[in-house]
Design a protein around this ligand. Structure first.
Ligand SMILES: Nc1nc2c(c(=O)[nH]1)N[C@H]1C(S)=C(S)[C@@H](COP(=O)(O)O)O[C@H]1N2
Ligand SMILES: [Mo]
Length: 223
C-alpha cells in the first residue's frame, strides 16, 4: 500500500508540474503567432499585388529575441519634454496609418507589403520634442540599432508598423514593432524596437559602423 501511495503521489506531482508549465507559458509565447495564424493575409491592396509573407525574405544579425508582450514597453527618451514608456496596447489604441511600401535590402532582394502602424509624430506629440533635436536613434531587443534624421521621419510621416499585410507582425519579423523607413535601405527598418532616443548628435548604428551609408537612400550608394 505504502509503495502505491508513493507512485500515486509521484504522478500527481509530475502532472502538476507539466500542467502548470503549460498554463504559465501560453500567453506570452503564443500571443502574436496564434493571432497571426488566425488572421487572413491581404493579397492585393489598392490595386497593388503584395508579396505574401511566406515569400518575403528577411535578415537579422542574431535571430529572434524573446519579447514578453505583457512586460514590453517602448521607451521614448533623450531630448524630449516628458520621457514616456508606452505599452503595446497603448500604441495600438492610437489612430493607425496604412502604406504600401517596398523594403529593399542591400543584399539585392526586395518585397512589397502593406504596413499598418502608428506615426512617430503621434508619439512625439505625447512626449514633446526639444527645439534643437535633429536625430532619432532606434534601439532593438537583439542589440541592433540605427538612426534617422528627425526631419525625414516627420516630413514623410514615418510609421512604426505592428501589422504587415493586415496580419499582426510575426515574432520572427520584428514583433511588436518595425520601423517602416520608406525610401531607405532595409538596414534602417529597425525591428523589435524597445527604445527611441531623440538627440542632436549624429549616430552610427550596427551596419553604419561597419561602413554602410548613414543616409541609406535606396536611390543612392549603399556605402
Ligand atoms: N533589430 C533588428 N532590426 C533589423 C535587422 C536586425 O538584424 N535587427 N536587420 C535589418 C536589415 S539589414 C533588413 S534588410 C531588414 C529586413 O527586414 P525583414 O526581416 O522584415 O525583411 O531588417 C532590418 N532591421
Ligand atoms: Mo538588409
Amino acid at each position: 500500500m505504502g509503495f502505491l501511495k508513493i507512485i500515486y503521489a509521484f504522478f500527481c506531482v509530475v502532472f502538476l508540474i507539466l500542467f502548470s508549465g503549460c498554463l504559465s507559458s501560453t500567453p506570452s509565447n503564443t500571443y502574436d503567432t496564434e493571432i497571426s495564424r488566425n488572421q487572413t493575409e491581404t493579397k492585393n491592396y489598392q490595386g497593388v499585388d503584395l508579396t505574401p509573407i511566406d515569400q518575403q525574405q528577411t535578415r537579422d544579425i542574431k535571430g529572434t529575441p524573446n519579447i514578453n508582450i505583457e512586460s514590453y514597453r517602448l521607451q521614448i527618451n533623450g531630448m524630449v519634454e516628458n520621457p514616456e514608456n508606452f505599452t503595446y496596447e497603448q500604441i495600438k489604441s492610437y489612430p493607425n496609418v496604412s502604406k504600401v511600401i517596398d523594403l529593399n535590402c542591400v543584399e539585392g532582394w526586395s518585397f512589397t507589403a502593406k504596413w499598418t502602424g502608428i506615426p512617430l509624430k503621434t508619439l512625439f506629440n505625447e512626449t514633446g520634442v526639444k527645439d534643437n533635436a535633429t536625430n532619432v536613434v532606434f534601439y532593438s531587443a537583439d542589440g541592433y540599432s540605427t538612426s534617422l534624421k528627425l526631419d525625414y521621419l516627420m516630413d514623410n510621416n514615418i510609421i512604426l508598423a505592428y501589422k504587415i499585410n493586415d496580419v499582426i507582425l510575426p515574432r520572427d519579423r520584428g514583433f511588436p514593432l518595425q520601423l517602416v523607413a520608406e525610401s531607405k535601405y532595409g538596414y534602417k527598418w529597425a525591428k523589435w524596437i524597445t527604445e527611441i532616443e531623440i538627440t542632436n548628435q549624429s549616430y552610427e548604428g550596427y551596419w553604419e559602423k561597419r561602413g554602410y551609408s548613414n543616409s541609406a537612400n535606396v536611390s543612392g550608394p549603399s556605402f
